[in-house]
Design a protein around this ligand. Sequence first.
Ligand SMILES: [Zn+2]
Ligand SMILES: [Zn+2]
Length: 180
Amino acid sequence: MEWMKAISVWQPWAQFIVLGWKTIETRTHDRFKSLVGQRIFIHAAGKIDNEDNWVRFLTSIQLYWMKLTLKCTPRLQPSLIGSAFVEDLRPLNKGDSEAALFDCSLPVPRLYGLILKNVYIFDKPIPWKGSQGIFKVEKRICRVCGCTDEDCSACIAATGEPCHWVEEDLCSRCALAREG
Ligand SMILES: [Zn+2]
Ligand SMILES: [Zn+2]
């Protein structure tokens, strides 16, 4: 099978992506162009960006929710935490700041954005080493819930039985949920 690719993102940005709060991942280069039209894994790097310049872009409800939930606590163990479809990669401008949770109005450095759609957050992070740039994930993982051949416990907890593969990267629980 064709292994899905992944990009590594510092926390809390990675978490914001899989929560669907950040739909544009910013870069100072356009080297990820090859990802356009593909679904990718979002890898949370074991690093935290301590600059909280995103605070002003979050709504008060999002900030409140962040404080309340553990899901938002940035994990320091590098992990795959979700997946997203890359719709486009293009230069960014001021109007993109809200979707990027980042000020895109400055002319320097030139910012490019991966425009992300149909994002899923995994039931459980999958510990994964990761690396810089684009890397391949050579493991069968459900693109929606993140269950694997080794760990299907979230499906069992939800349905009472283990799932099976319906597509290369889609388990039977998530296929059923999509139909229903
Ligand atoms: Zn699944
Ligand atoms: Zn499963």
